[in-house]
Write a protein that binds this ligand. Structure first.
Ligand SMILES: *Cc1c(COP(=O)(O)O)cnc(C)c1O
Length: 551
């Protein structure tokens, strides 16, 4: 019925009718596409999910407490929101009268500020960034003072889509200068930046609010969990605009699981990995044909200016790689999210360059293992000889696991929260299983690796370990101990550990120890295992060390 407006059009508020239709660049699901367009984490969340017959808590107490602890504030300083997007909307709804009050920001920036202001009918005061995409602080403050009705000023740092970090002292100075305006520091990407968060300060200042999210650094974009952090009065005021049950139970549970203390080290490691990849992408793209400038500062993304965006779009489409084109930010502007090493290699190839290390699959693995007795999060990288961080709560066992990684020559992050109040048995056994699983996963098809053994003396003691990464579990142990414990570590667990490793690695592991001192014998066995492993996992060409063609 062209020409006749619909009922919805006739009834809608004029300012809503004037908005562009909802349009998020989305070409539908394609399970094979490489998604470097939305600044998500390429890693699956470190989380599990749950039942939904009950309403959720309106404001989930446990998650609120855990996020408050994560951001270093008290519970009353934080409101858990449906992503940071929701926090933006709550603030604008709570503080801006339609047709009267204004929201300020500096474009190009995150589009949600403009959108939610329009929906609320709030005016917008845009004081553009300078040619380097930096904030013009004085101009912004002057414009806000002159307007007199700006309730909220959004400062995105690190900025989307350009990545520029606004120094915290600049944001602080803006808040000092504008005591009657709430400065909202959008820190959606702060985990990827080399600056301190303003969360702690927002807790005590009436006119400073910080937005945080689990979408970007914590791999939970699909769960929609973020937070508004600020003075208790500001938080309470914004929360009055919240729906009654905004957060789905599975999202709350996923966030709680992801934020378990045992997973902290893994998150840090993932972030470090993405930062390494960000640097690798930036260096490679500097030399890419048709790429004019490469900007990288604070986010999990890069901002490029390319000579021929249409040609790039064609190439990327043919390879099912998605990026975000941002012509409003700069002619030929492209925002490229940092993905996994493999995804980044695919992106670099599409840009006509190859990154250093391209082509060699990464030999990394993560294992998250949870039972009633233990919660384990483990990451390892066979092609990096550090860092090593082991924390199981049993000092001697930590030392033994560290020996395996140190002598094996690989990076290991392992955190275990186990039922040590019972005894060390479950912790020791489950860590061995998780380590074996991770080694097997990281080795992949085992192309290029060998079968090895190692023997070493340790003072009067001697330890010998043979490993065959055969795909068939078999454990053989020879040796005994005179004491029942070394510290809190039960000596009887040593044989058990190598059996668990053999099972979970699907490897034959033969261990022989002899000598007088239990400590020497035990440490010797772990060291020799690490040494044998170091040889076994070393890449030596690309053939399978088996005449069967598979291991
Ligand atoms: C992604 C993003 C957000 C919103 O993240 P949520 O998924 O809603 O938590 C907020 N601000 C900026 C600048 C962003 O890029």
């Amino acid at each position: 019925m062209s020409g006749v407006s619909s009922l919805a059009e006739r009834l809608a508020r004029p300012e809503i009718r004037a908005l562009a239709p909802f349009d998020i660049a989305d070409t539908g699901p394609d399970p094979d596409a490489i998604l470097l367009d939305s600044n998500e984490s390429p890693f699956a969340p470190l989380a599990t999910t749950s039942a939904v017959n009950r309403y959720p808590e309106s404001q989930p107490a446990a998650l609120r407490a855990r996020m408050a602890a994560l951001y270093g504030v008290e519970r009353e300083n934080l409101w858990v929101t449906r992503g940071a997007d929701d926090a933006i909307e709550l603030l604008i709804r709570a503080f801006c009268r339609p047709g009267e009050d204004a929201v300020a920001y500096s474009s190009p920036t995150f589009t949600a500020y403009e959108r939610f202001a329009a929906v609320q009918g709030a005016r917008v005061l845009d004081v553009p960034l300078d040619d380097n995409f930096d904030l013009c602080v004085d101009a912004l403050a002057e414009a806000i003072e002159a307007d007199g009705k700006v309730k909220l000023v959004f400062v995105c740092s690190p900025a989307n889509p350009t990545g520029n970090v606004v120094p915290p002292e600049t944001i602080r100075a803006l808040a000092d200068r504008l005591p009657e305006t709430i400065v909202v520091a959008d820190e959606a990407y702060i985990e990827f930046a080399d600056v301190e968060s303003l969360s702690g300060e927002a807790a005590t200042r009436e006119n400073l609010v910080v937005l945080r999210t689990l979408s970007k650094a914590y791999g939970l974009a699909g769960a929609r969990i973020g937070a508004l952090v600020g003075h208790p009065d500001t938080v309470a005021m914004a929360s009055r605009c919240s729906p009654f049950y905004p957060l789905p139970v599975p999202s709350i549970d996923a966030a709680l699981a992801a934020l378990a203390p045992s997973r902290r080290a893994l998150h840090e490691r993932r972030i470090a990995e993405l930062l390494d990849e960000r640097a690798r992408l930036a260096a490679a793209l500097e030399n890419a044909p048709g790429v004019g400038s490469v900007r990288v500062d604070g986010g999990n993304f890069l901002f490029l200016e390319v000579a021929d965006p249409d040609a790039l779009a064609d190439t990327l489409r043919s390879r099912a790689i998605r990026v975000r084109f941002r012509p409003q930010a700069a002619p030929g502007g492209v925002r490229l999210t940092v993905g996994t090493r493999e995804e980044n290699d695919a992106a670099l190839a599409a840009f006509g360059v190859s990154g250093s290390g391209a082509g060699s699959p990464s030999r990394r693995a993560e294992v998250v293992r949870e039972t009633k007795e233990t919660r384990i999060a483990l990451a390892l990288d066979l092609d990096s000889d550090g860092p090593r961080r082991v924390d199981t709560g049993n000092a001697f066992f930590d030392h033994m696991l560290d020996q395996i990684a140190a002598h094996g020559g690989f990076a290991l992050d392992l955190t275990c929260q186990g039922d040590l109040d019972v005894d060390a048995h479950h912790t020791v056994e489950d860590c061995a299983i998780a380590l074996g699983e991770a080694l097997r996963t990281a080795l992949g098809d085992k192309r290029g690796i060998g079968r090895y053994g190692f023997a070493l003396p340790m003072d009067e003691a001697e330890a010998k370990v043979l490993i065959d990464l055969s795909g068939r579990p078999y454990a053989k142990w020879e040796g005994d101990f005179s004491a029942s414990h070394i510290g809190d570590y039960p000596t009887e667990m040593t044989a058990h550990i190598f059996r668990s490793l053999a099972d979970s690695m699907k490897a034959a592991i033969h261990v022989e120890v002899e000598g007088d001192n239990d400590h020497h014998k035990t440490e010797g066995a772990f060291k020799a295992f690490g040494r044998a492993l170091r040889q076994a996992i070393r890449l030596e060409g690309d053939t399978l060390p088996s005449t069967k063609g598979m291991l």
